[in-house]
Ligand binder design. Structure first.
Ligand code: NAP
Length: 283
């Protein structure tokens, strides 16, 4: 079998064109330009590249973006003050603090400071709680992008056995929850899971979010499975995922590449959330 590659880059381009149209319509009706503020503390190269991608996506979708670059020695109090000012600023609709933050800053405290109406990353406890209750909220971008990608490809989720490797707050846990809401039967695996291969071989849909290059090999994939590779790893100065891509192509029915798979979908969902935030705050 040779799997179909799910082209996240192409899909994201199509979705962003649609968002741009809706942004233009919103601007025409309200004279308000959706505005995302991204805060970057320090100059971690991966973070700088993610932030650049977010700014480009704002341009592509005709939204305003502002980057606040802060030195690595910025204190927690200074960062909180900046976020509180942005919370009060009516011209700002979305606030995103690029993670990870330097060790001396408590990430959860910072996330909790962003007001829920502007939490376009969907990481605040209120948004997370609403997501679990299936109430209107901002869905976290990577999990939302994964679900969108699977659906847009025409793959049925309901009734499938989805296995997620990874239980982080930003990917593993929320994507498991969203798959459950789509009526999949969900198994969550992590570093303490015994006989991981036993579980992965049961997966009709396998979502891998570990952060270990080429960790999932073809002998761990059920023939015909849909493989969603969330991992972003740099090996010999080249990006690769958590799945052995070439091996997966041989056994799976669908595979996402790295780069060009989940990544562009994540940023697209951020644009969707920012437009939604602007709409809700302009009502
Ligand atoms: P994380 O917070 O480090 O979590 C990794 C998870 O993998 C943990 O739950 C850990 O289990 C589990 N794990 C580690 N080793 C394992 C093993 N040997 N067997 C089974 N499970 C294992 O990472 P993350 O933030 O979720 O990110 C995961 C990857 O996705 C990274 O490469 C990251 O760069 C990438 N990512 C990509 C995007 C995108 O848009 N493309 C967005 C976010 C993240 P324990 O909980 O037991 O420690």
């Amino acid at each position: 079998m040779s799997a179909t590659v799910i082209n996240g880059k192409e899909l994201a381009k199509k979705l962003r064109a649609d968002i741009r149209e809706r942004v233009n319509q919103f601007i025409e009706e309200t004279k308000v330009v959706p505005h995302l503020v991204v805060i970057l503390v320090g100059d971690n190269p991966a973070s700088v590249s993610y932030v650049t991608g977010k700014q480009k996506a704002c341009e592509e979708t005709n939204m305003k973006s502002t980057l606040i670059k802060l030195p690595v020695e910025t204190t927690e109090e200074e960062l909180i003050k900046i976020i509180n000012d942005l919370n009060a600023d009516k011209s700002v609709h979305g606030i995103l603090v690029q993670l990870p933050l330097p060790k001396h800053i408590d990430e959860q405290k910072i996330i909790n400071t962003i007001c829920v109406e502007k939490d376009v990353d969907g990481f605040s406890p209120i948004n997370v709680g609403k997501m679990i209750l299936n109430e209107e909220c901002f869905l976290p971008c990577t999990p939302a992008g994964i679900i969108k990608m699977i659906k847009e490809t025409g793959i049925e989720i309901a009734g499938k056995h989805a296995v997620v490797i990874g239980r982080s707050n930003i990917v593993g846990k929320p994507v498991s929850q969203l798959l459950l809401q789509e009526n999949a039967t969900v198994t969550i695996c992590h570093s303490r899971t015994k006989d991981l291969k036993y579980h992965t071989l049961q997966a009709d849909i396998l979502v891998v979010a570990i952060g270990k290059p080429k960790f999932v090999t073809k002998d761990m994939i059920k023939p015909g499975a849909v493989v969603i590779d969330v991992g972003v790893n740099r090996v010999d100065n080249k990006l690769c995922g958590d799945v052995d891509y070439e091996g997966a192509l041989e056994v799976a029915s669908y595979v996402t590449p790295v780069p060009g798979g989940v990544g562009p979908m994540t940023i697209t969902m951020l644009m969707e959330n920012t437009l939604e935030a602007a709409k809700r705050l302009t009502r």
